[in-house]
Design a protein. Structure first.
Length: 285
């Protein structure tokens, strides 16, 4: 991001009628005395623990998934949605690069069990099943995490995208262009004129009329991708925790974290759980 300032700076100039300044010797001018305060003798004012609160971002995956989640949480207390966003940000798509693969796997497992807790505490059977299916799909996306060794940038598999109200067999022509005509796709993105971009895309759409195999192959690949994500095998060391009783849920989760092989990571798992529960016990006014 570049910030351009419109401030203009004027060069100060001395009037030609003014005498040049001279250095003279003399007694030091008396400067006013300043009061001093010794901060070491005062205790710093502490902010109440609830004053600073972190709000997790809401991730966008695709229109279908986000509309589904909005519908599921529409009649739920706000803290339930906040707790779910916490799972996504802190357990599934956490950013610290210092976590090991085992630690990331443990966070995903904890997130799945926290999601089960949300389902049992806030959702009816039909809603809960749809929510848990979506949760598992997103956990599958989290498992596709890749890091570019050259830049350190993190990426995940991209879910199929379609506009709101589009038919189930919709295919994004821009994605097809990127896949089957990469040179034209690069030229389209390099073009600075919007009319030129649209013209290039229209030309590709005309080409698609003679290549139905491209559309068929792409749809099959997208369907396979979704199926693989939905059926991602995730071994969860916390899956048998009682998620219907608050006290037992917290006690058992902490016990399993203490006894796990990643004992050095136990404090973070326990802090993660405490943050999750704090969101749910703090009602939104």
């Amino acid at each position: 991001m570049y910030i351009q300032s419109n401030t203009r700076y004027l060069t100060p100039q001395l009037s030609t009628n003014q005498l040049a300044p001279k250095m003279v010797t003399g007694t030091r001018l008396a400067l006013p005395e300043h009061d001093t305060v010794d901060l070491r003798s005062h205790k710093a004012r502490e902010l109440p623990a609830d004053v600073i609160e972190h709000h997790s971002v809401q991730f966008f995956f695709n229109t279908e998934i986000n509309e589904r989640l909005d519908k599921i949480f529409a009649d739920k207390p706000p803290e339930a949605r906040k707790a779910f966003d916490h799972i996504l940000e802190q357990n599934f798509f956490n950013s610290p690069s210092t976590y090991t693969d085992e630690e990331r796997a443990a966070l995903v497992e904890v997130g799945l069990t926290q999601g089960k807790y949300l389902a049992d505490q806030y959702m009816a059977d039909e809603n809960a099943a749809e929510f848990l299916d979506t949760l598992h799909l997103l956990a599958g996306v989290a498992k596709t995490r890749k890091v570019d060794p050259a830049t350190g940038s993190v990426s995940y598999v991209e879910l199929p995208q379609k506009p709101h109200g589009a038919p189930s067999d919709y295919v994004n022509p821009s994605k097809l262009m990127e896949r089957y005509d990469p040179e034209a796709y690069k030229k389209m993105h390099a073009a600075t004129n919007q009319t030129e971009k649209v013209s290039m895309l229209i030309q590709f759409v005309k080409k698609l009329q003679h290549r139905p195999d491209w559309i068929s192959q792409y749809r099959n690949e997208q369907a396979t991708l979704l199926s693989d994500l939905k059926n991602t095998k995730i071994t969860n060391r916390f899956e048998n925790v009682n998620t219907k009783d608050d006290t037992e849920f917290v006690r058992r989760m902490n016990t399993l974290a203490e006894n796990a092989s990643f004992s050095t990571f136990t404090p973070l798992l326990q802090t993660n759980l405490a943050s999750f529960m704090k969101i749910l016990t703090k009602k939104t006014s």
